[in-house]
Design a protein around this ligand. Structure first.
Ligand SMILES: [Zn+2]
Length: 186
């Protein structure tokens, strides 16, 4: 992989600088280390907008991992489904080729909790974040403990940093996926 990237960098760099300029290769290697995780939300009926917004919240606030939607039935690390129970999710950090699940449970909606915050929170578990309950609305992972008036779906700086660390260059080999299921019962 690395040798391929070097070859690309060399062929796209001006010939006169190809030998003396290692920086393009370094930059391309860093970009290539962004982890892409695919998700299938075709069974998240009624949660489509919340999933889209929750995913956008993560993609806009972390750099080392990106979430990409796939067509139903395509290979995906993250399966997102709607249920009639409590929201719950597999604790990650899920890796490429791994398996994680988000259950968007309607009981939390019945209680009055915001659907986008729920979706972003449960995806946060897949990305390796624990609950931080009780906690303020400014924390995404404080979940239901912030109350039904809380509609914040943005991870705060600490939460962003934890996810960035879990998906930083080389972290895939150092930090194992947890795999247990965290239930967000209200
Ligand atoms: Zn939770």
């Amino acid at each position: 992989m690395a040798s391929t990237l070097v070859a690309v960098a060399l062929t796209t760099a001006p010939a006169a600088h190809a030998v003396s300029a290692p920086d393009p290769a370094t930059a391309q290697s860093a970009a290539a280390l962004v982890v892409t995780l695919r998700y299938d939300d075709s069974r998240a009926t009624g949660w489509e907008a919340a999933v889209t917004a929750g995913v956008a919240s993560w993609n806009a606030n972390v750099d080392n991992v990106k979430l990409v939607r796939v067509s139903p039935g395509a290979r995906a690390e993250i399966q997102i489904v709607a249920t009639s129970g409590w929201p719950q999710a597999t604790l990650g950090p899920v890796r490429p080729g791994g398996q994680a699940r988000v259950e968007l449970g309607s009981q939390a909606v019945t209680q009055g909790h915001d659907k986008t915050r729920i979706a972003a929170h449960e995806i946060g578990h897949n990305l390796g974040l624990w609950d931080t309950k009780p906690g303020p609305c400014s924390q995404l992972m404080s979940g239901s403990s912030a109350g039904t008036s809380c509609r914040n779906a943005l991870p705060n700086a600490t939460e962003q940093a934890r996810v960035e660390a879990a998906y930083a260059a080389g972290a895939a080999s150092r930090i194992p996926t947890d795999g247990r299921v965290l239930v967000d019962a209200g």
